[in-house]
Write a protein that binds this ligand. Structure first.
Ligand code: AHG
Ligand code: MN
Ligand code: MN
Length: 323
């Protein structure tokens, strides 16, 4: 069987963009490279932090071992910066968006938002974690990047995707022409097309929610959870959004992180969790809502804005938002 690598695939699909000049392809290539490096770091996380760390180990620069979410942030930041097509990045790990000051980056036509390490509470316990990213075209025309470049609605995304560092490492992305998944073959260090044109089942039998918060949910959400139990659906929740989302995308199901009275907007962030996954799920035939609105149509006001999220199989999201 002929193998298609991610790099070949990106090039093959370049024509899908009007006036494509290869810039987006280069950004995706940089994401791919950073994903491979983070995957390598994730795979030795136990060694780096515990075994070597216990010996008071420092790396060659004399720095203490860093937490993996900081490492992932730096790796993806550097990949985007070195790229030249990206003018700036908004990351979960940085309060403000980062503007790249190189000559080329200042002309960059794109900006990126990212959650460099999603599911960070799972790092130390050997459970799947991920990276989530979105790519937008820059909209401001002046010399400096402006907040409006980052505060675009999800409908403006040019591309979005995630990397899951699980039992294998996968990169799943969309440019608005379907969703494709690539699995890293560690023996050759190459992402290979393993899940072409992914579609999520319209109805599923998995519900994923932190049920420990049940008492703080609205009546409608509680009634929906009760209905899931009544129907003997399976409860699956690992606490890494990427991993829960990925499983449900393949098998059919719903993930939700609703608002509560104390936190009406829930926990998840619109710019680098809600929007990219909403773009992917819609491209795969599913839905994403904040309970009343389509996630992709929300007008962001702040970089780290939170939003309730109901995402997954179409019929299930439709039902819970009606509840
Ligand atoms: P992050 O590690 O990027 O901060 O994200 C954690 C998120 C998400 O991955 C996960 O689904 C959710 O937090 C889990 O939250 P609870 O522990 O409250 O269920
Ligand atoms: Mn996250
Ligand atoms: Mn994170």
């Amino acid at each position: 069987m002929r193998i298609t690598t991610l790099s070949e695939f990106i090039l093959d699909r370049q024509h899908e963009f009007p006036h494509a000049t290869g810039e987006l392809s280069r950004i995706l290539g940089a994401v791919e490279l950073a994903a491979k490096v983070v995957s390598r770091e994730v795979n030795k996380a136990g060694l780096a932090e515990d075994i070597l760390g216990a010996m008071g180990n420092e790396n060659v620069q004399g720095e203490q071992q860093q937490k993996l979410d900081v490492v992932a942030n730096e790796l993806f930041m550097n990949a985007m910066k070195g790229q030249g097509e990206v003018a700036g990045v908004a990351s979960e790990e940085d309060e403000h968006y980062v503007v790249f000051e190189t000559e080329r980056a200042r002309q960059g036509k794109y900006i990126v938002t990212m959650d460099p390490l999603d599911g960070s509470s799972n790092i130390d316990v050997n459970v799947s974690i991920g990276t989530i990213f979105s790519i937008y075209r820059r909209v401001s025309t002046g010399e400096h990047l402006m907040p409006e470049d980052f505060l675009q609605p999800g409908t403006a995304q040019v591309a979005a995707g995630y990397v899951i560092y699980g039992s294998s490492t996968m990169l799943v992305y969309t440019t608005g022409h379907g969703v494709n998944g690539f699995t890293l073959d560690p023996s050759i260090g190459t992402f290979c097309l393993s899940h072409p044109d992914m579609k999520t089942p319209e109805q599923g039998k998995i519900y994923s929610v932190n049920e420990g918060n049940y008492n703080d949910f609205s009546e409608g959400v509680r009634a929906y959870i009760d209905a899931c139990k009544e129907r003997r659906y399976s409860a699956r929740y690992i606490g890494s959004l990427v991993a829960d989302f990925h499983r449900n995308l393949l098998k059919g199901g719903i993930y939700f992180y609703p608002g509560t009275t104390k936190a009406p907007n829930g926990k998840l962030r619109l710019l680098y969790e809600g929007n990219p996954l909403a773009f992917l799920v819609e491209q795969a035939g599913g839905l994403a809502s904040d309970g009343t609105r389509r996630i992709l149509e929300i007008r962001p006001e702040e970089l780290h804005q939170r939003c309730p999220l109901f995402i997954g199989s179409k019929a299930m999201v439709e039902e819970v938002v009606k509840a």
